[in-house]
Design a protein around this ligand. Sequence first.
Ligand code: NAD
Length: 277
Amino acid sequence: MSSKVPPVVLNNGVEMPQLGFGVWQVPDDEAERAVTTALEAGYRSIDTAAVYGNEAGTGRAVAASGLPREDVFVTTKLWNADHGYDAALRAYDVSLAKLGLDYVDLYLIHWPLAQRDTFVPTYKALEQLYADGRVRAIGVSNFLPEHLERLTAETSVIPAVDQIELHPRLQQHAARELHAELGITTEAWSPLGQGKGLLEVPAIVAVAQKHNRTPAQVVLRWHVQLGNIAIPKSVTPSRIRENIEVFDFSLDTEDLAAIGALNENRRLGPDPATFGT
Ligand code: NAD
């Protein structure tokens, strides 16, 4: 594991780097280049998904890095078309084949699709993969508190992670509280609020100037101090390197309060209560 990024210990004892690299919307070839740059910069956690279409490029970069497999934490996600017990087991094998790996570190259900009423059997397939030692940790993404309550009532393995949209404009207090209660690690997607806009907010720019850092570094540092896992995305090498340099400074209570005041409960992405139905 990179010395730059400290680990978070998941609820099954597995260690996951607190900062990783996301590859949503990055075409396969470009993903290979970007992941290579990220691994060179010291990232040791990569977040992909079946639907991103870049598991193959991600896997090629991991293989080409020459890093021992156990030093790189790979997350992928099961797409909506693959809900259901049998389909989920097949989807995992397809993802492994594309990644060129014989296990992933974290396998997530991408969306709950609550109206389809399929997430419980789907998760039971993930539990089976976990029981068989084929995946190091299992979890969910975009699960709202009501989905987690049902899931934990009807299945036996508490998700290690819930990966949700989370940034200063959508601070997710209720979800984070429930995660803490249940022992689920909160992982932030779109941690930079997708960049433009959020990174120009005067309060964030002011904190950045105070610390002689960039707005992106300040927002990522805010996630770190909250205890979130964050997976920023960039295809620009200088930004990829910039985004991991957040472990050698700290925000003070005043900075945290200034960023805390930016919450608007505003989503950039779809609402998990209705998406995919
Ligand atoms: P993000 O918040 O990471 O923002 C990325 C954008 O911010 C970049 O495209 C770039 O425009 C800008 N940026 C990045 N670094 C910068 C820097 N240092 N300075 C200035 N601008 C910078 O948004 P994202 O890509 O939506 O989310 C990150 C990752 O989260 C994704 O790649 C994916 O892995 C994951 N994700 C998961 C879900 C889900 O449903 N589970 C949904 C969306 C994203």
